[in-house]
Ligand binder design. Sequence first.
Ligand code: EPZ
Length: 417
Amino acid sequence: MDKMIIQGGERLIGEIQIGGAKNAALPLFMASLLTEEPVHLHNVPALRDVDTVEKLLTNMDITVKRGGRDAEVQAKALDTIEAPYDLVRTMRASVLVMGPLLARAHEAKVSLPGGCAIGTRPINLHLDGFAALGAEIDLEHGYVHARAGKLRGTTIDLPIPTVTGTENLMMAAALAEGVTVIENAAREPEVVELGNFINQMGGRISGLGTKTLIIEGVNALHGAEYTIMPDRVEAATYMVAAGMTRGNLLLKGARPEHLKAVIDKLMEAGMEIKAENGGLRCLLIGPIKSVDAKTLPYPGFPTDVQAQLMAMMSFANGLSVISESVFENRFMHVSELKRMGADIQVEGHSAIIRGKESLSGAPVMATDLRASASLVLAGLAAHGTTEISRIYHLDRGYERMDEKLRAVGAKIERVKS
Ligand code: EPZ
């Protein structure tokens, strides 16, 4: 397994190109199952999770052709309706095959994703929604077996604005009989991206970006061509890197309208962030100020940036309280940051961080995607050497992170161990 070795203390100065959004690419690949015609996707990020989706769809005899940042997907027929455990457990977003399979093949057999480092992450709301649309759901031997005739539009009231739950149900409803209304729908930009894509395919979805989605089922969807939005979480991660290293970065392609809560919070912490040349110019003005934050569904402060903010607050003047309200166990990075000297106490769903002048580099271990990013950030700002193991977590959601950071002055090497 590879490791990342970082010599801290370098200011990051220069430009970083932000890649296509992982959490938009994954549902868009799945939505390609809704039509028998070819779909063309552009700005596809080169990530492990995209490789996993490619494997999953290829296993289902779906044609996937990738070249650079382009992909062509064609599901001529949906004869294989199964998503096996070995793939679902490596990437829970595999459950997004259920919506399209039920909509078009009227059957889906998908392994239950099981938990992951950040929580049990059930899919009960996905299944309740499918049942409301008329599917029969059986749980057998760790698999969900769902069967349906033609799905019938209905009103679904989500107790939690689940992101992939909203996406799964939107895809299922796109080909259902009649109109489906999803109340308390997720409003993340990636959900809007999926809705826009389905509309490009001939779908009729309105209310995208609001709490109420109205999906008018159609008989069939056709092929489409789509360019995937930039990854707002990758951009947020490098914004924090600019602040923590007292650097000055231009994040090319980053869209401020997707990052309002993050920009507001980082400016409160002492950064200047402004639109420039189709990207975001990010730098720290003065010392890092301690700020409090609570993660919330979009448009609130994103849970996917919680670990990165915590790394930054470990270097701030004063005391910060960061609360995680979306997942029940998303503080796996705390113990690793403490190995580097961070002063953090976890009380239930909140972490209390007493900022310090600096942290000291140390051997640490990545546990989940965004926790591993926070360890890279801490290593960049700490003095001495930080060695991060299990960085396959990083590869799931960050494309060539060491190369991008080296290009702006970081002393970071990826070594085979
Ligand atoms: C999506 O996960 C993202 N993944 C996550 O990004 C992100 O952290 C999360 O949304 C929240 O923004 C993708 O888009 C592929 P949820 P998802 O369903 O859809 C509970 C990353 O780092 N819940 O919105 O799985 C759930 O346990 C990843 O890129 C139920 O109880 O998140 C959680 O506490 C990590 N029952 C809360 O809702 C359900 O049926 C929010 O989960 C579904 C969810």
